[in-house]
Design a binder for this molecule. Structure first.
Ligand code: PNS
Length: 165
C-alpha cells in the first residue's frame, strides 16, 4: 500500500508555511492528502468557503501529483479510517502551538489507537506565520506576497475588494 498521510487543517487560506510542511512531508511520504475541515459546529464561518479553500490549495499544488486535496466533515479519525491511513501530519511552529497540538494528538489516538501524529517544524521564515495574521494584513491593505502564493494573494485581494463593496 502507498504510504500516505493526511494533513488536516482550516487552511483559510493556505500559506507558505502550510506549503512548506507539505514539501517536507513529501520527502518521506509517498503522498499527502490535504484535508480541509468543514466544521459545522464552528460559529465563525471564516473568510473563504470550504470549496474556495480546496480550489486554492489545488491551484497551489497543481504541479504536484503526490498531493490530493479534499474537504471532510466530522471527526478526523473517521476520515483517516475511511481513507485507510493511520498517519496525520501537523506543523508545529512554536511552543505556543504545543499544548493544543499535543491535546489533539492524544485525543485522536484515544479515538483511534493506531493513529500517529507526525509533527514537522516549518522553515524558520514561517515560524511566526499564521493564516489569521495573513487575513488581517490583507484586510488592512498590507503586502502578503512573502507569506502566500501569488494565486492566494490575488484571491485575498479580490475577496477584500468584494467585501468592501
Ligand atoms: O488549522 P487548524 O484550525 O488548527 O486545524 C484544526 C483541525 C481541523 C485539524 C481540527 O480541528 C480537526 O481535526 N477537526 C476535525 C474534527 C475533529 O476531529 N475534532 C476532534 C479533534 S481531537
Amino acid at each position: 500500500m502507498r504510504r500516505f498521510a493526511i494533513y488536516p487543517g482550516s487552511f483559510d487560506p493556505i500559506t507558505k508555511g502550510h506549503e512548506d510542511i507539505v514539501h517536507r512531508a513529501l520527502t518521506f511520504m509517498e503522498g499527502i492528502v490535504i484535508a480541509v475541515a468543514h466544521r459545522a459546529t464552528h460559529e465563525k464561518r471564516g473568510l473563504f468557503s470550504i470549496d474556495e479553500r480546496v480550489e486554492l490549495i489545488r491551484e497551489v499544488f497543481r504541479d504536484e501529483p503526490r498531493v490530493e486535496v479534499t474537504a471532510f466533515t466530522g471527526l478526523l479519525v473517521d476520515f483517516a479510517r475511511r481513507r485507510g491511513t493511520n498517519l496525520v501530519v501537523r506543523g508545529l511552529r512554536a511552543v505556543s502551538d504545543f499544548e493544543y497540538e499535543f491535546q489533539m494528538a492524544l485525543m485522536n489516538r484515544k479515538l483511534y489507537p493506531e493513529l500517529e501524529t507526525i509533527f514537522l517544524a516549518p522553515d524558520v521564515r514561517y515560524s511566526f506565520l499564521s493564516a489569521s495574521l495573513v487575513r488581517e494584513i490583507a484586510a488592512l491593505g498590507g503586502d502578503v506576497s512573502e507569506f502566500v502564493s501569488p494565486t492566494v494573494k490575488d484571491r485575498l485581494e479580490a475577496k477584500y475588494r468584494e467585501l468592501a463593496r
